[in-house]
Design a protein around this ligand. Structure first.
Ligand SMILES: NC(=O)c1ccc[n+]([C@@H]2O[C@H](COP(=O)([O-])OP(=O)(O)OC[C@H]3O[C@@H](n4cnc5c(N)ncnc54)[C@H](O)[C@@H]3O)[C@@H](O)[C@H]2O)c1
Length: 249
């Protein structure tokens, strides 16, 4: 198969959260291959540093639930790369817990990584993006909130919140020529997902057989949607959410 090249992304400063592994790493690779100037943050220090070296991108190790540290990391990266024209809010934590065992602190932790961090990043890049003439913010949600995630209630709730955040920010930032959209991935078989939840081919096949398109999805499927939404090709698309799930739901 052959896929698109987007000339508008060349030399463009891009910020990716949670870029060290999983879908985020595929997003970092995809934008680097387009010639974009990619900066990314992640809590995984060594994995992030190795990916930055491999891809010629710039990495800042930070826990993005630590708001002052996260703001500092964004400032540092923008200082090196220039005002961001694209933000991809990808970092998340889909920890699972039976409802009876969820404490208030567990709830807050989930909202802080899965929802609040997306707002903090958008707020931080907004002035520079507006001054540069506009840009594209892409918030990664999930189909989980449409399906109902029984043992993932805080995560599913946050991912529904991401859609509200997307629409509200699109409204607020539109006059600055900043587009804000969401992507809702289906079942993406990252190494972590496979190790934790789908350890055998049988479990993978069972899920893939529920998709209309019976191909195992990996992070590059999401990265390609992010490339399109970030590019000038999507210049009149804002306040939308795009499901990329091979027809799962
Ligand atoms: N994998 C799937 O099937 C799937 C399905 C639907 C939606 N999604 C969404 O896609 C995105 C990426 O998914 P993934 O499977 O690659 O997730 P993942 O959990 O494997 O990776 C997320 C990244 O965020 C980083 N991260 C986590 N907590 C952090 C923190 N406090 N500070 C900084 N970095 C932190 C992790 O180190 C990791 O590199 C997430 O938003 C997820 O909710 C994934």
């Amino acid at each position: 198969m052959t896929f698109a090249t987007y000339p508008s992304l060349k030399d463009s400063p891009i910020l990716v959260t949670g870029g060290a592994s999983g879908i985020g790493a595929d997003i970092v690779r995809a934008f680097a291959e387009q010639g974009a100037n990619v900066g990314f943050v992640d809590i995984q220090h060594d994995t992030g540093a190795a990916l930055a070296k491999e891809t010629g991108t710039i990495f800042e190790a930070v826990d993005i639930t630590d708001v002052p540290a996260f703001r500092n990391a964004i400032k540092t990266l923008a200082g090196k790369l220039g005002a961001f024209r694209v933000l991809i809010n990808n970092a998340a934590n889909d920890f699972r817990q039976p409802i009876a065992r969820i404490e208030a602190d567990d709830w807050d932790k989930s909202q802080n990584i899965n929802l609040r961090a997306q707002f903090i990043a958008a707020q931080a890049v907004h002035p520079g993006m507006a001054a540069a003439g506009g840009g594209s913010i892409i918030n990664v949600s999930s189909v989980v909130w449409r399906l109902a995630g029984g043992d993932m209630v805080p995560y599913a709730t946050a991912k529904a919140g991401v859609i509200g955040l997307t629409k509200s920010l699109a409204d607020a930032f539109g006059p600055d020529n900043i587009r804000v959209n969401a992507i809702e991935p289906g079942a993406i078989f990252t190494p972590k997902q496979r190790a934790l939840w789908y350890p055998t081919d049988k479990e993978v096949d069972e899920l893939v057989s529920q998709q209309l398109l019976r191909t195992i999805m990996e992070g590059d499927e999401i990265a390609r949607m992010a490339l399109f939404l970030a590019s000038d090709d999507a210049r009149m698309i804002t306040k939308q959410s795009f499901i990329v799930d091979g027809g799962l739901i």
